[in-house]
Design a protein around this ligand. Structure first.
Ligand code: FAD
Length: 124
């Protein structure tokens, strides 16, 4: 059905930097494959985390009100087996992990993800 409206479907609804899939048609949250600029390059990514969906809604509302809105850096938290995991950024699986403090054994740590000398994410 979405294709019938002229939307591009490719591992989600492909949207531009304004989250628009077509003029005045937006896709947000889990379903949106959006532009993520890491500082190194640009990817079209889909993120299944609720803070991203909320940030998309905020971003789109501001854009459609004619305001300048900078896309938020993807962020999530999750409570897993008694540990709150928080991640900022969107590292790739092959980015280097640099442990800054703590350790996985202690269940308390801060680590950075690094690619080409740029920090692509924080995990704690
Ligand atoms: C088990 C589980 C655990 C998770 N844990 C975490 C976590 O710890 N941290 C985190 O950040 N994220 C977590 N997530 C992901 C998070 O829930 C999603 O990223 C977030 O809900 C996405 O919001 P959304 O609005 O894009 O989609 P949804 O919340 O899926 O909302 C889509 C809505 O559209 C409705 N809908 C679907 N089809 C139609 C239709 N044809 N017509 C009308 N309505 C329709 C659905 O019923 C639903 O209400 C978890 C998800 C699951 C399933």
């Amino acid at each position: 059905m979405a294709r019938g409206f002229g939307l591009t479907l490719d591992n989600g609804v492909v949207v531009d930097e304004n989250l628009e899939a077509a003029p005045r048609v937006a896709a947000l949250g889990d379903v949106a494959r959006f532009v993520h600029a890491s500082g190194l390059d640009q990817d079209h990514i889909r993120v299944e985390h609720w803070q991203v969906a909320a940030d998309h809604a905020w971003h789109l509302a501001h854009r459609w009100m004619g305001e300048v809105a900078t896309p938020a850096v993807p962020y999530f938290w999750s409570d897993q087996y008694g540990k709150k995991i928080q991640m900022l950024g969107h590292p790739r699986p092959d980015d280097e992990v640099v442990m800054v403090s703590g350790s996985a054994e202690e269940m308390k740590w801060l680590s950075l993800y690094v690619r080409a000398n740029m920090v692509t994410g924080f995990l704690r």
